[in-house]
Design a binder for this molecule. Structure first.
Ligand code: ADQ
Length: 757
């Protein structure tokens, strides 16, 4: 059985009829211009190894950029491209030369790449490059739309194509679209630096599933959504009105057999191994393999190595560092500068520290064959991965795959995604050259037993969590996300029909009505104190509360003082203040906190932060409640207010992470309060005091009311007032309609005979 067949075997069987369309910047095939004319070169990267078996199993297709944009003998080029479509199911997107340059070397690699790797100083932005990026994504979109058949699963890869999911959503409304980001997602401090950040996030949100290499990257994406778009999300989902976007951390793996196969039974690999082993007999071999990219930390590694040699003279003539560095993106200035710096360091180390018999650093500045690479992995006592930032880093996993005997040490940067799942490696901070040198020295001195213990655990994990496991996991999640989409649509709220609810109301002998105040019974006002209840609202509440079959609770974000002043005179009305912070039960004279011994000693540390925001935002102010602090910015300039609110919430989230406090966005407010003070807790408390009502009605208009809808029993009439995503079962267009419904209930409460079904 060939490797491909074995892999096909283990790949999860896709649902009948579902094909995969893989979309990535580059195809696994590239056009190469040689002296004989155009030729096809095959890439055997991890992505190609993962996708090929999945594609051949499902009859899927791969869409990507053909590479070189052509020239004189373009007819031959076109012939090759047509052959790819027939024999390899690879469909080339042709990008005009200027579009390709602005898209790839421009926006993708000089704007997105540095920012996503935290190198904001390398950021270059040209609005023309952005236009090329949009155009290239559009051309990819056309290509996908042309190839798409209903039920296909579209899998888009990486930062080159961040606009594509939304473009596809607009053209193929029901298509299953997944996106995987191979590089890290930057922190919410850094992401906003990115020109066109809103469009990029919106582009991604067209997908059904967004996959990241680590949980940390996923969390940073969520933080960026909040900060840039003011959009809240759950740990694994962004709710977008009618459609959820699933978020998942799915670390990519390698195809271990592609390495172990060569290791065990390839003559060329064995030959390379014996040549290298002979050459470095008596020396410990430390290996580094990178694209020559500033994110990979090559100069930092060379400086740390020089430090090691200077501080440990006993290592001289007994160790060699083999640094393989594949040239990459050479048309970009930063990469030229990096190349010059690395050349200088190589010369300096060998010139200053070498001897006639010993070259401490072997520098190979080209791509090497897989067989040579595997021989080097086999030979190396230590692999040194020093990325300053990296989505995953496959070299770490490839080295481990080549150590089935458990002998070898992996020194790994904590800033590579791989560190999240390779804890048995010796972790380094590559910026700390002194300690990095000490760690490499420790790796060199590590005894056989410890090496075996660490390497065996790593090896098992790399073999188990291979690239097929990753591919299957992604596709399974994508299908699941799409089938949940149906359930999500089913759970979209229905329009509230007054006759229907009136009927249910009249038939119930025991009823609970839970009503929000601002935005639900009265409109918002510029100043919270202006929202005094009109007499009609007081009369309505009094009528409902006076019905002996009813328990009515007004549940609001306002303070107990406000509620007492405005509603204290309505008999039998139960009041809940501060979103569930305090409760005044029916006919009670005193307020009590929802949680006993609730603390307020956190306020002095939060007030100065809110004051700082008041200083920056004319028209905004702080409201102090018993258990909460609120920053109101209704009177502030709208866009500036929203922007600052996002910033405030992001800042508070980080600061309050370890406490029971949280920062919540509301209607033109940011509120800091304990997590337990919410309307969900409040309805549960109301139901404890008044158990098993036959009819439950809960209405609200804002995010805080979602807790109420979430925790209300499943048979409750939960009603959202106004538009927006909601977990309520029903919706009414505005508060006027809600008032009419409540009036209908209040006035017809006792007239059973009128019921018409
Ligand atoms: P890359 O930045 O390209 O990938 P990496 O994960 O290290 O980084 O993959 C590099 C690949 O190139 C490895 O398979 C390696 O063996 C090969 N390679 C490196 N130097 C070579 C040389 N001189 N000769 C031949 N082959 C060489 C992006 C992200 C990563 C993420 C991957 C996959 O930046 O963080 O791990 O995608 O998701």
């Amino acid at each position: 059985m060939s490797l491909r067949e074995i892999l096909n075997h283990i790949v999860r069987k896709p649902p009948a009829g579902a094909r995969i369309i893989v979309v990535s910047n580059r195809l696994p095939l590239t056009l190469k211009k040689t002296e004989q004319g155009w030729e096809t070169a095959r890439s055997s990267g991890g992505l190609a190894s993962a996708m090929n078996p999945l594609l051949s199993k499902t009859g899927g297709e791969w869409i990507g950029w053909a590479g070189d944009s052509g020239g004189e003998d373009s007819q031959k080029r076109q012939e090759i491209i047509s052959a790819w479509a027939k024999t390899d199911h690879c469909f080339a997107v042709d990008l005009p030369k200027e579009v390709a340059a602005g898209f790839y070397e421009g926006f993708a690699n000089q704007t997105l790449w540095p920012v996503f790797h935290n190198f904001t100083s390398h950021l270059r932005f040209d609005p023309k490059h952005w236009e090329c990026y949009v155009e290239a994504n559009r051309l990819f979109c056309e290509a996908v739309v042309n190839r798409y058949r209903p039920n296909d699963l579209i899998w888009v890869h990486d930062y080159h194509l961040m606009l594509l999911p939304q473009m596809l959503r607009e053209r193929l409304r029901d298509a299953a679209v997944g996106f995987f980001l191979h590089i890290p997602f930057p922190s919410s401090e850094i992401f906003p630096v990115l020109p066109r950040r809103e469009e990029l996030l919106e582009g991604l949100l067209g997908a059904d599933l967004l996959g990241f290499q680590t949980h940390a990257h996923l969390q940073q994406f969520r933080a960026a959504l909040l900060r840039v778009l003011g959009m809240e999300s759950k740990i694994a989902e962004v709710a977008l009105g009618s459609r959820p976007v699933r978020l998942e951390a799915l670390p990519i793996g390698i195809a271990p057999e592609e390495y172990t196969g060569l290791l065990n039974s390839d003559a060329t690999t064995a030959k390379h191994y014996s040549d290298w082993a002979r050459r470095y007999r008596g020396q410990r071999v430390v290996l580094a393999v990178d694209r020559l990219d500033y994110t990979k930390g090559v100069p930092e590694r060379l400086r740390a190595y020089a430090h090691l040699l200077r501080s440990a003279p006993e290592l001289r003539e007994r160790v060699v560092l083999i640094q393989i560095a594949v040239p990459t993106r050479e048309g970009i200035d930063t990469y030229q500068e990096l190349r010059t710096e690395v050349n200088r360091l190589v010369g300096e180390i060998n010139g200053q520290l070498g001897t006639p018999e010993w070259t401490p650093l072997v520098y190979i500045n080209r791509s090497i064959d897989r067989s040579e690479l595997v021989a080097l992995y086999e030979l190396a006592d230590i692999a040194w991965v020093g990325s300053l930032r990296d989505g995953m880093n496959l070299v770490a996993k490839e080295y481990v795959a080549c150590k089935p005997d458990g002998d070898g040490v992996l020194v790994l940067s904590e800033f590579a995604g791989a560190a999240a799942e390779m804890g048995e490696a010796l972790l380094i901070n590559p910026y700390d050259e002194e300690r990095t040198a000490a760690t490499v020295s420790r790796a060199l001195a590590m005894d056989r037993q410890e090496r075996a213990l660490r390497m065996t655990a790593l090896h098992h994990r790399v073999v188990r969590n291979d690239v097929f496991h990753w591919g299957e996991g992604f596709l399974a999640s994508l299908e699941d996300a799409v089938s949940n989409r149906g359930r999500y649509i089913d759970t979209q709220p229905k329009k509230l029909r007054p006759a229907e609810i009136r009927n249910a109301y009249l038939h119930a002998a025991r009823r609970l009505l839970v009503l929000d105040y601002d935005g639900t019974l009265v409109p918002f006002t510029k100043r919270p104190q202006q929202a005094v209840p009109p007499q009609a609202v007081l009369d309505l509440l009094a009528a409902l509360a006076s019905d002996p079959k009813n328990r009515v609770a007004l549940i609001s974000g306002r303070s107990s003082g406000d509620l007492d002043r405005w509603f204290g005179t309505v008999p039998k009305l139960c009041l809940v203040a501060e979103h569930g912070g305090e409760i005044k039960a029916k006919s009670a004279s005193r307020w009590e906190p929802l949680r006993p011994h609730a603390r307020t000693d956190w306020k002095p540390s939060v007030v100065p932060i809110l004051e700082h925001f008041v200083d920056r935002t004319p028209g905004s102010f702080i409201e102090e409640k018993k258990y909460a602090l609120v920053w109101h910015y209704r009177m502030a300039e709208p866009e500036f207010g929203e922007w600052l609110a996002n910033e405030l919430v992001s800042m508070l989230e980080a600061m309050l992470a370890e406490t029971e406090l949280r920062a919540f966005r509301g209607e033109k407010i940011v509120e800091v309060k304990p997590v337990w003070a919410n309307k969900g807790e409040a309805i549960e408390r109301l139901l404890r005091d008044y158990p098993a009502p036959e009819f439950i009605f809960a209405a609200g208009d804002a995010r805080t009311d979602e807790d109420l809808f979430d925790r209300a029993p499943s048979n409750a009439w939960t009603v959202r007032v106004g538009p927006g995503p909601t977990r309520a079962s029903y919706v009414v267009t505005d508060l006027q309609v809600l008032r009419e419904v409540l009036e209908l209930l209040a006035t017809t409460g006792e007239v059973r005979d009128e019921v018409t079904v």
